[in-house]
Ligand binder design. Structure first.
Ligand code: NDP
Length: 438
C-alpha cells in the first residue's frame, strides 16, 4: 500500500510527544507518513499465536517492546519518520532532538557501498597450501558457476556470486591453533540480507573445494563481518546551532571533538560510545524486521578493524569552523526475507519509513546512529546525561513503583524534584498521591 502523498506535511507533527498514541497515528496519516488504513488501530500489528508458533521452536508467548517513532530525519534530502522498537527511555527523544539540529544544518548525506555479502568455507588438513591456493584461483570461474547454480533465482534477479578470495591462516603455536585455508565467496544478494542464499551457495561448492585442495571442510557459513556492505552518514553543523545553556557553540564543538578523540583512544569509552550509537541502530533494525544480532556483531568487529577497539564515529572541525560528524559501519540489512515480510509490525515500519530499497533503509539507519551519537555527546560534554535521561527514567520508576493512569505523570514530576530519584522515593510519592486521591 502506497502512502497517499509522497510529500510530508510536518505541520501535523508539532507537539507530537504530547499526543496520545491514537492521535499520533492520526497525525502521521494527516502528514502523509501513513495511509488512512492505519487509522484502524495498531492491534493488528501484534503477532498471532499461530504465526509466532511458526517462527520459532517451543513457542510460549510473545514478548512485547514499545514501538515509537523518531521525527525530524532529513536524509539525502528526503524526510523520514523513523520507527524504533526499544525498551530504553530517552533514545527516541535523543534521536529526534539530534536529527532536528542536523536537519537545520542541511540533513544527513550518506554513501552506501555495493551490497556484497561474504560467505566462508574453512578447510583444514590441506596438504600443500600454496598449491591449493593456486588450484582454487585457476578454477575461480568454475567455482563461481557452481555457487550460482546452487541458487539460480538470485542470479535470475540480477545478483549472485561475484568473486572469490583465498586466505591462508597460519598455525599459531602459542594459541595452539592449526593452519586453515579459508575461501571467501562474495555474493550480491540484492535486496536480501542473504544468509540463506549464501549458506546454500557455500554448501553447493564445499565438496568441489575439498576436491581442488585435498583438504577437509570444517564449516561453510556466512560471515557477519560484512566489510563489503558499508554505510556512511555525514553531517556538517554550524556552531550557531550548537550553543547550549552556558556553553558557546565553539565550546560545544571543541568539547565534542575532544570526546570523539577520547573515544578513539580509549576502549572503555569507545564501547560506551558505540553502545549509544547501537541504541538507535538496533532499534530501527529490530523495527524493520531485520536481524539486529547480525548488525551488532558486525559493527563491534568493524570498530576493532585497526587491531584496537575504537569509536565507530568521528567528529572533526571543518575549515570554516563547522562541526563535521561521520559514522561508518557494515549494515547488511534486507528489505525482503527473514521476518520482514512476515511480522505485521515490520510491515507497518516499512510503510511508516517509506523506504523502497535496502540501500535506502541502510541510509536511514546509519543516520539514526549518527544522530544518537551527536545527542549523547552533546549532553555529555555540557549538562551531563542524567538531566535528560533521568527525567524520562522517572516515568519507568513510577511504573515500577506501581503507578498507573494519571498517577504515573504525577509521581514522575515529583520524582524529578526529589533529592533521591529511586524506587523507594517513587513508592513513597505514590502512596502520598493515592492517599490524597482517596
Ligand atoms: P530469506 O532466505 O528469508 O529471503 C531471501 C530470499 O528472498 C531470496 O533467496 C529470494 O528468494 C527472495 N527475494 C525476493 N525478492 C528479492 C530481491 N529483490 N532480492 C533478493 N532476494 C529476493 O532471507 P536471507 O537469505 O536474507 O536470510 C536472512 C535470515 O537469515 C534472517 O532471518 C537471519 O536471522 C537468518 N540467518 C542469519 C544468520 C547469520 O546472520 N549468521 C545465519 C542463518 C540465518 P527467491 O529468489 O527464491 O524468491
Amino acid at each position: 500500500m502506497h502512502k497517499e502523498t509522497d510529500t510530508m506535511d510536518k505541520t501535523h507533527l508539532t507537539k507530537f510527544y504530547k499526543k496520545t498514541p491514537t492521535e499520533r497515528i492520526e497525525a502521521l496519516v494527516a502528514a502523509g507518513a501513513l495511509t488512512s488504513t492505519d487509522l484502524t488501530g495498531t492491534d493488528s500489528l501484534h503477532l498471532t499465536d499461530e504465526l509466532a508458533d511458526h517462527m520459532i521452536e517451543n513457542y510460549l508467548a510473545t514478548y512485547d517492546l514499545p514501538l515509537g517513532s523518531a521525527l525530524n530525519f532529513l536524509v539525502d534530502e528526503k524526510d523520514y519518520i523513523v520507527p524504533m522498537a526499544i525498551e530504553e527511555p530517552s533514545v527516541i527523544a535523543a534521536a529526534s532532538a539530534g536529527a532536528k539540529v542536523i536537519a537545520l544544518a542541511g540533513g544527513f548525506k550518506t554513501t552506501i557501498s555495493d551490497r556484497i555479502m561474504i560467505g566462508q568455507v574453512a578447510l583444514k588438513d590441506v596438504p600443500d597450501l600454496p598449491l591449493a591456493k593456486s588450484h582454487l584461483l585457476q578454477h575461480k570461474k568454475a567455482i563461481l558457476k557452481k555457487a550460482n547454480a546452487a541458487h539460480p533465482s538470485i542470479v535470475a534477479r540480477g545478483g549472485g556470486a561475484t568473486n572469490l578470495l583465498i586466505r591462508i591462516i597460519e598455525a599459531d603455536d602459542e594459541a595452539a591453533t592449526p593452519e586453515f585455508l579459508v575461501v571467501h565467496l562474495h555474493v550480491s544478494t540484492l535486496e536480501a540480507m542473504g544468509a540463506n542464499i549464501i549458506n546454500t551457495m557455500l554448501e553447493g561448492i564445499t565438496a568441489y573445494l575439498e576436491e581442488l585442495t585435498g583438504g577437509k571442510a570444517l564449516m561453510s557459513i556466512l560471515s557477519n563481518y560484512a566489510t563489503e556492505c558499508l554505510a556512511t552518514a555525514v553531517c556538517q553543523i554550524p556552531v550557531d546551532l550548537l550553543k547550549r545553556n552556558d556553553y558557546t557553540g565553539e565550546e560545544v564543538r571543541d568539547r565534542l571533538i575532544e570526546a570523539s578523540q577520547f573515544a578513539y583512544v580509549d576502549p572503555y569509552r569507545a564501547v560506551t560510545n558505540n553502545k549509544g550509537i547501537m541504541n538507535g541502530i538496533d532499534a530501527v533494525v529490530l523495527a524493520s524486521g531485520n536481524d539486529w544480532r547480525a548488525i551488532s556483531a558486525g559493527a563491534h568487529a568493524y570498530a576493532s578493524r585497526s587491531g584496537n577497539y575504537r569509536s565507530l564515529s568521528t567528529w572533526k572541525k571543518a575549515d570554516n569552523g563547522d562541526l563535521i560528524g561521520q559514522l561508518t559501519l557494515p549494515l547488511p540489512v534486507g528489505s525482503v526475507g527473514g521476518s520482514i515480510s512476515i511480522h505485521p509490525a515490520a510491515q507497518f515500519s516499512k510503510r511508516l519509513l517509506g523506504y523502497q530499497t535496502a540501500k535506502e533503509l541502510e541510509a536511514v539507519i546509519v543516520s539514526v546512529g549518527l544522530a544518537q551519537n551527536f545527542s549523547a555527546l552533546k549532553a555529555l560534554v555540557t549538562d551531563g546525561i542524567q538531566k535528560g535521561h533521568m527525567g524520562l527514567q522517572a516515568r519507568s520508576l513510577a511504573i515500577s513503583a506501581g503507578a498507573s493512569g494519571t498517577a504515573i505523570e504525577k509521581v514522575a514530576e515529583q520524582l524529578k524534584l526529589a533529592k533521591n530519584m529511586n524506587l523507594a522515593t517513587a513508592k513513597a510519592l505514590l502512596q502520598d498521591i493515592l492517599a490524597l486521591e482517596e
